[in-house]
Design a protein. Sequence first.
Length: 154
Amino acid sequence: MRISDIIEDFIKDMLSEDNEAIIQRNDLAEHFNCVPSQINYVISTRFTPIQGYYVESQRGGGGYIKIEKVQMTKSDYLMHIITSIGDQITAKEVDIFINNIQGQNVIDDKQAKLIKSATSDQVLKIAGSDRDKLRASIFKNMLIALVKTTWCGH
């Protein structure tokens, strides 16, 4: 396991108790015998709003990093993702979104595979930016269909 994964799991364990973790960056770096920038990297890449987290940091002598798990309905979460997708998206970016959505237990393995298949480069055999625009449209529409199913209880 990479140090980033270990730090992420440690912070998630802290969050599982009360949906909030307040950490001292330097203390955590010392605990894991790594540089403080490694802690910054983990927080900035694995605890983002898209992933359902709110991060607040206070610098200085008594500085801290506060991470909160935001409680959202599945529909809210999907709508947040839909609005964050631009006019185009790469297959790699879709995979990242899908992995995050799946990690939040919003979709199951079958749904994840279907969305990844429908938005893959193997299926969308057209030129570069046109492909990424079409992929964004397909991805957004698939997520909207999931939202509608969630609202209707299907």
